[in-house]
Design a binder for this molecule. Structure first.
Ligand SMILES: [Zn+2]
Length: 254
């Protein structure tokens, strides 16, 4: 009986708050970075309407609509890729690793990225990212498990039961979600934030995740996912009932 009420409440606390912030920032893009900086300062000084992570009390969150690899025109993985060659073994630790057993026992953390690459159409962005990762980075497939387009479309990336290649030294147990855009320079769209929130809420529940981190939290050599998306990470974590940061990462057993 309470499912609809819970979803409504969740939307009120999470999505509505996030998208209204996004709308405010989007409207202010003409005012360069000044508005963003002052908005962040204001937000950090203001009372937080939802200060503690909410427990995952929802029994059901609908799976978001996800555009399949076939539908966005993905290439097949290349198991001869120079930097992710062959299949994982103790002798080939950087190989293509397919997780065995229940994925809930493997995944702890969702790691948020920005693509920097941005084409006019979201499916074209997904193909460009895959080409970059396979042809230039030498990986077997696109690094991330999901993409979130500027229109709010969500894309299937690398299979969820395969380890990603999106964070140096911390891929095992980390779900990679990339938001399309360069958020050092622009801001995410309201549709994108809403779709990303729905996706992360669903992943958190389905995989029994504990943490959400930005890529730069793991790898300090990068500014990914960019300051204008990093701004929302705390709200995204709260909405999904996750802790913010790298504390959930578990070294893989060898
Ligand atoms: Zn990244």
């Amino acid at each position: 009986m309470s499912r609809d009420a819970d979803l409504t409440r969740r939307r009120f606390l999470g999505l509505a708050g996030i998208t209204s912030l996004a709308a405010g920032l989007t409207c202010a893009t003409g005012a360069a970075g000044y508005f963003l900086l002052s908005a962040v300062r204001r937000s950090h000084g203001a009372a937080d309407p939802s200060p503690t992570p909410r427990p995952l009390s929802l029994k059901q969150i609908e799976r978001p609509v996800i555009t399949s690899r076939t539908d966005w025109g993905a290439r097949e993985p290349n198991h001869e890729a120079r930097n992710e060659s062959g299949f994982y073994s103790l002798l080939n630790e950087e190989g293509w690793r397919e997780y065995e057993g229940d994925l809930r026992a493997t995944y702890t953390t969702v790691v948020v990225h920005h693509s920097v690459i941005l084409e006019t159409a979201d499916d074209a962005t997904m193909r460009e990212i895959q080409d970059l990762h396979m042809d230039d980075r030498g990986w077997a497939d696109i690094a991330y498990h999901f993409g979130v387009g500027t229109t709010g479309a969500v894309f299937e990336g690398r299979a969820l039961d395969v380890r990603g290649t999106h964070v140096e030294g911390a891929n095992t147990g980390s779900v990679g979600v990339v938001f399309f855009g360069n958020f050092e320079e622009t801001v995410p769209t309201a549709e994108q934030l809403g779709a990303g929130e729905d996706l992360i809420n669903w992943l958190a529940l389905r995989l029994e995740l504990t943490h959400l981190a930005g890529h730069m939290d793991f790898n300090d050599f990068t500014d990914c996912p960019g300051r204008n998306l990093s701004y929302y990470l705390e709200a995204l974590a709260q909405s999904a009932g996750l802790e913010l940061g790298t504390g959930g990462y578990v070294e893989p057993e060898t």
